[in-house]
Write a protein that binds this ligand. Structure first.
Ligand code: GTQ
Length: 348
């Protein structure tokens, strides 16, 4: 696979032309680009500074309603994947704006979605008959093929980061989607129902496991942060900082089947050692400030900024002034079930 490329004699070129008419092609001409010795993602490292993009997000609110747009979202498109609506090869990310009084009408699709609240508080998303009121830092799941609508009964705009497995589902040609016959689905369970049933180390007696996706559909930041801070004085992974993954309490596995989500803490002044893994990763900064070296570029970040680490690209992070808390997501669960996931803990 890494040997020299075969020479292109006239006889061979003539042959390639003739077989092309029969919809065939010679593997030996393309093999070296297909089965490569290590990942070479077309995605590139990139950072979106929230301060720079926020005006455009709010401007979208003057141009189109959430209802007309169906979802009023600015896609965070990786500059290496232009036109592909992708932030990594398998994942999509976007910033969704819901203004006071608006509704993003109910629909469902086979793509799984996560919401990570960036700005505002008090808007809601409804999933399968239950609403959750969202606060900054909350991690909210919309499982595959569940009805969901979003609304904002607060008095301020709300912006959240959407993470979906759109490019992955596209590669699998497994997209189905439909609109609900009304803007809002009926609410059948009180706010907090899922968290009470599944989110406290308890579960309903005799209930069968529901699905591959966690039945906890909002992991409130207040609770996640508390867990992280309780561990802050203890040992830290030198390559990853203090990192906890969000789990499905019924299986102990990842909270979502296609997207792995992690909350991590880098104490003030802490510098990680370089690290790379096969899962291209999107990072949303919640608290703190720092600088990350991704490949050969440095990116300075602060609260609400979003950056992407492409697959197999070395990254190291430095929290400069304060403790930094980062939320991140990737396709690691998919790679793990397929036995593909790899990481490399590198020397300084
Ligand atoms: O909220 O359902 O960013 O369907 C992209 C597609 C959000 C959503 C996105 C979607 C949604």
């Amino acid at each position: 696979m890494q040997g020299p490329a075969p020479a292109r004699s006239n006889a061979r070129l003539d042959y390639y032309e003739r077989i092309a008419r029969h919809d065939m092609a010679p593997l030996w001409e393309v093999l070296r680009g297909l089965v490569i010795p290590q990942p070479a993602s077309p995605a590139i490292p990139h950072l979106w500074r929230y301060e720079d993009i926020r005006p455009y997000i709010l401007e979208a609110g003057d141009l189109i309603t959430a209802k007309e747009a169906e979802r009023r979202v600015l896609i965070l498109e990786n500059p290496g994947l232009a036109g592909k609506s992708s932030i990594t090869r398998t994942l999509y990310a976007g910033l969704q704006l819901i203004l006071p009084g608006e509704v993003a009408p109910a629909h469902r699709h086979t793509q799984s979605a996560l919401r990570f609240v960036v700005e505002g508080s008090g808007a809601f998303t409804a999933v399968d008959g239950e609403r959750t009121i969202m606060q900054p830092g909350d991690f909210v799941i919309t499982p595959s093929w569940t009805w969901h609508d979003h609304g904002n009964d607060s008095d301020q705009p709300m912006v959240w980061l959407d993470g979906l497995d759109i490019p992955l589902i596209q590669a699998l040609d497994a997209s189905f989607a439909e609109m609900y016959p009304a803007d809002r689905q009926p609410v059948t369970r009180p706010v907090g129902d899922s968290l009470a049933r599944y989110g406290s180390g308890l579960a309903p007696l005799d209930h069968p496991p529901r699905s591959r996706t966690s039945p906890v559909f909002n992991y409130p930041y207040r609770r996640s942060r508390e867990a992280l801070m309780a561990l802050a004085g203890g040992p830290i992974d030198p390559h990853r900082g203090l990192a906890l993954r969000y789990v499905n309490p019924e299986t102990g596995g990842w909270a979502m089947p296609t997207i792995g989500t992690v909350l991590s803490l880098l104490p003030a002044g802490y510098e990680t050692l370089p690290y790379r893994s096969t899962d291209g990763t999107v990072v949303s900064v919640i608290e703190g400030e720092g600088v990350s070296q991704i490949g050969d570029q440095d990116f300075q970040w602060g609260p609400r900024d979003i950056f992407v680490i492409p697959a197999w690209t070395p990254a190291r992070h430095h929290a400069t002034t304060k403790d930094a808390v980062l939320f991140s997501f990737s396709d690691r669960p998919v790679q793990e079930v397929l036995g593909l996931w790899r990481e490399e803990r590198m020397a300084a």
